[in-house]
Write a protein that binds this ligand. Structure first.
Ligand code: GRF
Length: 201
């Protein structure tokens, strides 16, 4: 399966996909796009020989125009699955319509708790004892799409947001590539009778 990744920052989740899946049979990462020219994710892509491109807000009339350009580029590269790996932008509905049930996101909380930005900080502020990570299909809402997989951990006693984020990292790096691999092998299906229910083999 040809995969395109969108990332805004460090790209450690992109790296996990490159290390665990890229070029190993089921998955080929063929495009990495970013809204940030300086994103380390773009350097990781270049190091892996994967084409990268910057789609800076300043270069487009608005989000619909930018997202159309991103979708054009991904389609040119025959992308079948779009992975949001720390992509800190909402996607235009027209973008999602071009990749139906083909856009997934990783989120550092157990959705539907703590959607949106600052979720790790929100979890610490709330005082939850258990948190985790979620991989879900992307719909038009903020982290509201059908859940594909989740992993939970106990919140370490006294952990601040930085410590908790660190504790969640290995879960993300395990879960996201695992889900992408399952999607590539056709092991993820959406229940036609209830599109919120995602069946994972
Ligand atoms: C991750 O915590 C992810 O869950 C969130 O943004 C962060 C991206 O980290 N959506 P990285 O750029 O993959 O290192």
């Amino acid at each position: 399966m040809k995969v395109g990744v969108l990332a805004s920052g460090d790209g450690s989740n992109l790296q996990a996909i490159l290390d665990r899946l890229h070029g190993r049979g089921d998955v080929e990462v063929v495009a990495v796009g970013s809204d940030k020219a300086g994103a380390r994710a773009l350097r990781r892509a270049a190091d892996a020989g994967v084409p990268g491109r910057v789609f800076a807000a300043a270069d487009f009339a608005g989000r619909p125009a930018r997202d159309a350009a991103i979708a054009d580029w991904l389609e040119e590269r025959d992308v079948e699955l779009v992975v949001l790996a720390g992509y800190m932008q909402l996607l235009d509905p027209a973008f999602l319509a071009r990749f139906p049930q083909r856009v997934v996101n990783v989120h550092p909380a157990l959705l539907p708790a703590f959607p949106g930005i600052g979720s790790v900080e929100q979890a610490v502020a709330y005082g939850v004892k258990v948190t985790g990570v979620t991989v879900h299909f992307v719909d038009e809402g903020v982290d509201t799409g059908p859940i594909i997989a989740q992993r939970a951990i106990d919140v370490p006693e006294g952990a601040d947001a930085a410590a908790l984020r660190l504790a969640l990292r290995p879960l993300e790096h395990e879960l996201l590539p695992a889900v992408v691999g399952k999607l590539a092998r056709g092991e993820v299906t959406v229940d036609p009778g209830n599109p919120r229910h995602v069946l994972v083999a």
